[in-house]
Design a protein around this ligand. Structure first.
Ligand code: ARG
Length: 444
């Protein structure tokens, strides 16, 4: 039986086709769905659509359902269309008449909108925590290996001295910019669409400011038509932020795969973190980084997939939007797994000392020699020419000391400054307010 069903039975094939994998996805929205109902029903009571007794009954039962969800005891039954229907059915089954009143002034259209935003802001919170943890690992490695030199490349040709301090530190700083993207996505997500109902508001005198405050949203999606337009747009913006993180991780994965290669041989991992070959007994393959590279590339396609799914949809709710969940939800989990895995791998990385002592890197010091001559008074262009000729004549003798002192260079990584940037971005989310609001809504 469906919420919207009157007398006739629905075609089973149509049912299977339209519901598809939606129940599986909706299970992830269950907590958010109950939070939304907790706030909505409190508001309904203030405008006279529920009595105080009915509200007390509804609140008690919703909180019970909330703890059942938390304990993993909540299911969306086969005959039930979605999470919204399941919660309402349970409520009506358990408390009768009062349960039938809670849907006044809302539609599943704004219910799914608010569920998604509550769910996504929590996911963004978890992901930013994992990003922060990886950031810390990268910074620690950068400090630890600040004096270990490695080749720097341009055109993938040996170019100038670099260091492991710079390499690790670069990825930490990249995560700062990705965090800015996450912050933008979070701000856009943390607004309240509840009360837009089917997409055009309601004739009930809803108090949308009240549900906004109860749910810990920063503000409302005011215009009811725009609130519905936010479906797909919010997901796309979140996907863009995830994609930015994926781009950072994907590059890190490629570097690791390359630096582990025997021709580079810059880094190594304990055997148990690599994988073997079924035929070549010597192999220690970087499969973790390769899977990560692939997944990160796929994740970067996600904003485009969402764009394809939503471009040119007519205004208002369209069922196509349901499919967004199947695209976005697995990506959230994938990204979190990758952040954990990258951190886990890096905690076990070994870097090789003395790489630049090797003869093949002699010319990497050519610019140092030119600069030293320039510092002692020879015009730069003349110094450049002299060193160039020495190289051609085979008389170039590299001086293997590197003396870089400006901000952000080998000898002055500025990791503390980068950390301050990260702290500043993270401090702007305001997760605590959301946590407090959710705790207040669900407290007994
Ligand atoms: N499963 C639906 C979705 O995700 C819920 C909203 C259904 N609304 C409707 N009018 N059929 O979009």
């Amino acid at each position: 039986m469906k919420l919207w069903q009157k007398n006739n039975d629905n075609d089973a094939a149509v049912d299977r086709f339209t519901v598809g994998r939606d129940r599986e996805m909706d299970l992830l929205l269950a907590e958010a769905d109950v939070l939304g109902s907790l706030a909505h029903t409190r508001m309904l009571e203030t405008i006279g659509l529920l009595t105080a007794e009915e509200l007390a009954l509804v609140q008690k039962e919703l909180k019970k359902i909330y703890s059942e969800i938390k304990a993993g005891r909540f299911r969306i039954e086969d005959g039930v269309e979605d999470v919204h229907s399941q919660v309402e059915f349970l409520l009506t089954q358990r408390i009768g008449e009062a349960g039938k009143k809670i849907h006044s002034g809302r539609s599943r259209n704004d219910q799914v909108l608010v569920d998604l935003r509550i769910f996504l802001r929590r996911e963004l919170y978890e992901i930013t925590r994992d990003m922060r943890a990886l950031f810390d690992t990268l910074q620690t490695l950068s400090e630890k290996h600040r004096n270990t030199l490695m080749p720097g490349y341009t055109h993938l040709q040996v170019a100038m001295p670099s260091s492991f301090g710079l390499w690790f530190g670069a990825y930490a700083e990249s995560l700062v910019d990705d965090m800015q993207m996450m912050l933008a996505a979070y701000r856009i997500t943390n607004r309240n669409p509840l009360g837009s109902a089917a997409g055009y508001g309601s004739s009930f005198p809803l108090n949308r400011t009240m549900t906004t405050e109860l749910l810990g949203f920063d503000s409302l999606c005011y215009n009811v038509v725009y609130a519905q337009m936010g479906r797909g747009k919010t997901e796309r913006i979140v996907a863009q932020a995830l994609s930015s993180v994926a781009a950072t991780l994907g590059r890190l994965a490629m570097d690791n795969t390359m630096f582990l290669n025997q021709n580079f041989n810059f880094i190594s991992y304990p055997a148990e973190l690599t994988t073997g070959s079924s035929i070549m007994p010597h192999k220690k393959n970087p499969d973790v980084w390769e899977i990560m590279r692939g997944k990160c590339n796929l994740l970067q396609a996600l904003p485009n997939q969402i764009t394809m799914l939503t471009t040119n949809l007519p205004l208002g709710y369209n069922r196509d939007l349901q499919l967004l969940k199947e695209q976005l939800f697995p990506a959230l989990e994938d990204l979190r797994n990758m952040l954990h895995m990258a951190k886990y791998m890096l905690e076990h990385i070994s870097v090789r000392e003395g790489i630049l002592e090797e003869k093949k890197y002699d010319y990497i010091f050519s610019v140092e020699t030119v600069n030293n001559l320039a510092l002692s008074g020879m015009p730069f262009r003349e110094a450049y020419k002299k060193v160039g000729l020495d190289i051609e004549n085979g008389t170039f003798r590299p001086e293997r000391t590197v003396h870089h002192t400006h901000e952000g260079s080998i000898g002055n990584l500025c990791n503390d400054k980068i950390r301050m940037l990260m702290d500043e971005v993270v401090s702007q989310f305001g997760f605590e307010r959301v946590a407090q609001a959710e705790a207040a809504l669900t407290s007994k």
